[in-house]
Design a protein around this ligand. Structure first.
Ligand SMILES: Nc1ncnc2c1ncn2[C@@H]1O[C@H](COP(=O)(O)OP(=O)(O)O)[C@@H](O)[C@H]1O
Ligand SMILES: [Mg+2]
Length: 251
């Protein structure tokens, strides 16, 4: 399989129109990894409309978690496109994943195969991660490219119970969990309760009202969300007020 990413074109910089303090992404990563100070796994997601830079941002977070040895291994579910969105050790299914290659590469990317109808569901990948956490005591990051693949139609329930386990219970074993979602309305309530940080990228005005009501967001943060350029985000921390900063991942 081609290791090239679907996003291979040179990304051009979209000008920022937001008047807010600019934050340093090194700080954003530190805030995202903060639960580790209490020896808890982090649970981080990215929300935003298509093309707002969610996957690009998560690539930085997953790479940092591996580089900084926050986790031993990352398991990514990436079945969306004909080309992969993630670099790593490509496997069609969990059954095909070889332990020695995973130990060397540290990041397995589970792709299924659209050309030959080989399915790879999130539940299988999450179960593999749970097993590695429990039996091998490895610190595993489960990275669900599109959270909706783990959810029921409409997005309010869980089709993959082990993904819910990663969100709710894996942290005491230093399990970490990352995801992206387009529509805040299509997210189960547990996500709001259990995420330790959420990168809010550009969100359309009609979704902003939903976020304001569900999460009681700062008015200033709400006003900023529809104006964000591609790659820009604000960091929602359930335990803290908005720090007033707009971050932008490097290209
Ligand atoms: N911070 C950034 N700097 C430069 N290009 C970016 C940035 N964020 C995203 N992009 C580019 O924008 C496009 C869409 O980003 P992507 O992360 O795939 O969006 P999403 O996952 O929200 O649909 C990609 O081509 C990506 O490379
Ligand atoms: Mg994406």
């Amino acid at each position: 399989m081609s290791p090239q990413l679907a996003t291979r074109e040179t990304p051009e910089e979209e000008p920022s129109v937001v008047r807010a303090e600019k934050g340093d992404c090194v700080e954003a990563v530190r805030l995202i990894f903060a639960p580790l100070k209490q020896k808890d796994g982090f649970r981080h997601g990215a929300i935003g409309c298509p093309g707002s830079g969610k996957t690009h941002g998560l690539r930085k977070v997953v790479a940092a978690a591996l580089d900084q040895e926050i986790v031993d291994v990352a398991l990514t579910h990436d079945v969306k496109g004909a080309d992969p969105e993630w670099y790593g050790y490509y496997c069609r299914t969990v059954a095909e994943c070889r332990a020695e290659l995973l130990a060397r590469e540290r990041h397995a990317v589970f792709r299924g195969d659209v050309l030959t109808d080989v399915a790879c569901d999130v539940e299988g990948v999450a179960l593999k991660g749970k097993e590695m956490l429990q039996r091998e005591r490895l610190r595993v990051l489960l990275n669900v490219g599109e959270l909706k693949d783990a959810l029921t139609e409409g997005g309010k329930g869980w089709r993959s119970p082990t993904t819910l386990w990663f969100s709710a219970q894996a942290r005491s074993l230093r399990g970490c969990f990352t995801w992206t979602v387009q529509q805040p309305k299509r997210v189960p309530d547990e996500i709001w309760d259990q995420s330790t940080t959420i990168a809010m990228h550009r969100v359309l005005k009609r979704s902003v009202n939903y976020l304001r009501n569900t999460l009681e967001l700062d008015d200033e943060m709400v006003a900023v969300l529809p104006q964000l350029a591609r790659g820009e985000f604000v960091l929602y921390q359930p335990e803290a007020d908005w720090n007033g900063k707009v971050y932008r991942w490097p290209a």
